[in-house]
Design a protein. Structure first.
Length: 640
């Protein structure tokens, strides 16, 4: 006999079970997209992009995709894009899609789980399906990056094409054609096949290579051979807003040619059969710096050549993207490489991919003469100061910032010094500077990170088939240069929360970071070009010329008074804001007790703010440590 209390408990459990079963339960995700297979795709796709509608900035696309037979088929739009390290495909700009086969319109259905996938049913007897659609490129910056103007075009093929699911993209062949405005010229790392008026057809390549081969085209175009008679072509293709912007002096061209020379001496090999720098000198088309294996998309100030002395900081981009041909495109982290553009990328080793590229980009900029030694030292000072004050390292390590391309999508942040943002680039540079100086110290200055670069990146002349690596491979290559606990060295700096900025490379390199009351000439030029008034290391503010706050140092003097990004400093010590008046006020307050008084406008509200700071103006620079080897100077010196 069951006791009454036990019976009551059983009834309660039955009731609870019934209540639980009545609650909603999730439907399982059904996998409807075939996995990519490493087998050849049957046939060659044809892709035609009409880019002549400059007024409306609309690209009209026609695409033909061969099919093996009837039945279900999935078409994918590129989602996870190389170089962006995140799902950045511009699917929202695709419109007017029409799918046909043999003249019959086919129904298409968007996948309910992955909206970048379309389902169609191929009818019996069909040999191919045809797609027609428009890519509605941005007509204003709030719609995304502007890629078409009246004078130039940046064609990224991944924005104008679908591809069949179920195959590695390297096994899907495609014949691309572009129709350009009358008389326009172009730069692209593709081989021409035929030309009919302004319609340009290129030889078939894999879809992977096509996505990796964007085009810059324009009304005002110039191509400069950067390696005349060299073992493989290296060219600088320039488009500009106006024809006079294309003018470059022989000295300027020589420095760009020297970049190629110094990269050859660093890596020893070329991991390409050709390389095309694509450079837009514009303030009308959107800015970009994006790497590819045999080319790079770059944009700079329109007066890159004409105002050469005014813009030294702008000259680090081309070396950075060029290095990516070896680091990031040829040697690529194993968890970042994917067989198609729907498989998620993992960014765990971005401190190698981007961090060491940032390091070599800065070094090659100096070695090639694109900037002077003094400018390079000033640049390193600015880098060291920025990350010495990146207080977010207290709670977030460098390694975690490799997730920022996915987390942040490069959106502005209100508290950058605390939140951190893709710090694996420049904080990563400091780690590799540390490694270089340590190798030099341990080998009596007989070896350096140059030896690692040649052994790790310069592997097989002319090959542009990606060669993947793991953390263990990086450690092994460093140990081959000089034995050391490199795993511990890297993990401490990349995964260590709360540790100070990795500035040992400067000290071991014979230099120290100091602060002065005047900026270096390099910083002054960089601040002018960036249109900023930088008081980060004094009162903790970075302002636009009209006084709008664009940066507040976490826990700095301005932060403690409640100032935020977006507010505007309208007056300093009773006078209308200007950079000179702010500098004068900070100088007057030095060593005293009187605060600096600001009037700040935040929306419709004005308030008086007293900034307590008596440390004067502070701008970073490097100072030699007497009696120590100048290893940093040796790093920046050109290789004979």
């Amino acid at each position: 006999m069951v006791k009454p209390s036990i019976a009551a408990a059983l009834l309660l459990l039955v009731g609870l079970a019934g209540a639980v079963s009545a609650q909603p339960q999730p439907l399982p995700f059904e996998s409807t997209i075939p996995a990519a297979r490493d087998i050849p795709y049957p046939g060659v796709m044809k892709l035609t992009v009409d880019a002549t509608d400059l007024n409306r900035r609309i690209m009209t696309v026609k695409q033909t995709i061969p099919v093996a037979g009837p039945g279900p088929m999935v078409l994918l739009y590129p989602k996870w894009l190389p170089g962006t390290h995140a799902p950045r495909g511009q699917l929202e700009k695709v419109a007017g899609l029409k799918v046909t086969a043999g003249g019959k319109v086919l129904d298409w259905r968007r996948d309910t789980v992955d909206v970048y996938a379309l389902h169609i049913d191929v009818p019996a007897g069909a040999k191919q399906v045809e797609l027609e659609f428009q890519f509605l490129s941005a007509t204003a910056t709030d719609q995304g990056r502007v890629v078409m103007t009246q004078d130039m075009l940046n064609l990224q093929w991944n924005s104008t094409a679908f591809y069949p699911a179920g195959w590695f993209t390297r096994n899907i062949m495609v014949e691309p054609t572009v129709i350009l405005p009358e008389g326009w010229q172009y730069g692209v790392a593709l081989d021409p096949a035929s030309k009919n008026g302004d319609s340009h057809t290129f030889k078939p390549v894999s879809f992977e290579t096509l996505v990796d081969s964007p085009m810059f085209a324009g009304r005002h175009y110039r191509q400069i051979d950067l390696d005349p008679g060299g073992r493989s072509p290296v060219r600088l293709n320039i488009v500009a807003d106006r024809p006079e912007l294309l003018e470059a002096s022989e000295e300027q061209i020589a420095k760009h040619r020297n970049l190629v020379v110094q990269a050859d001496r660093l890596f020893g090999t070329r991991q390409f059969d050709r390389y095309d720098f694509l450079l837009a000198l514009t303030d009308r088309m959107g800015g970009i710096g994006l790497e590819h294996h045999r080319s790079s998309e770059n944009s700079r100030d329109p007066e890159y050549f004409l105002s050469w002395d005014r813009l030294p900081a702008s000259r680090t981009l081309l070396p950075h993207e060029y290095v990516h041909s070896w680091n990031g495109k040829y040697r690529r982290a194993a968890d970042l490489w994917t067989p198609d553009y729907t498989t998620p990328m993992r960014d765990s080793l971005m401190w190698v991919y981007e961090g060491q590229t940032q390091f070599w980009g800065e070094v090659l900029t100096a070695r090639s003469g694109l900037i002077t030694r003094e400018q390079a030292l000033s640049n390193f000072a600015m880098i060291a100061a920025l990350y010495e004050h990146r207080v977010g390292r207290e709670w977030r390590d460098i390694g975690d910032t490799t997730n920022d391309p996915i987390i942040s999508a490069r959106k502005p942040k209100g508290w950058l010094s605390w939140q951190r943002n893709e710090d694996y680039y420049v904080d990563g540079l400091l780690v590799w500077l540390d490694a270089d100086s340590l190798i030099r110290e341990r080998t009596g200055d007989k070896k350096s990170l140059d030896d690692f670069a040649r052994a790790f990146f310069g592997v097989e002349e002319g090959s542009y088939v990606p060669k993947t690596y793991t953390f263990e491979d990086v450690v092994a290559a460093l140990n081959a240069v000089t034995p050391y606990d490199w795993a511990g060295f890297l993990k401490d700096r990349i995964e260590g929360r709360g540790r100070p900025a990795p500035l040992d490379g400067l000290k071991r390199g014979g230099w120290k970071l100091v602060y002065a009351d005047t900026p270096t000439a390099y910083q002054k030029a960089a601040d002018t070009a960036a249109k900023r008034h930088d008081f980060t290391y004094s009162i903790g503010l970075n302002l636009k010329p009209a006084g709008e706050i664009q940066g507040v140092q976490w826990d700095g003097p301005a932060f403690k008074q409640g100032l935020i990004v977006g507010a505007t400093v309208v007056a300093v010590d009773g006078e209308a804001y200007s950079e000179s008046r702010m500098k004068a006020a900070i100088t007057r307050a030095k060593g005293g007790k009187k605060p600096i008084q600001l009037i700040v406008k935040d929306g419709d509200r004005y308030r008086v703010v007293d900034i307590v700071w008596n440390g004067g103006l502070r701008y970073p620079r490097l100072e030699r440590i007497e009696g120590t080897p100048d290893r940093l100077g040796a790093l920046l010196s050109p290789r004979p």
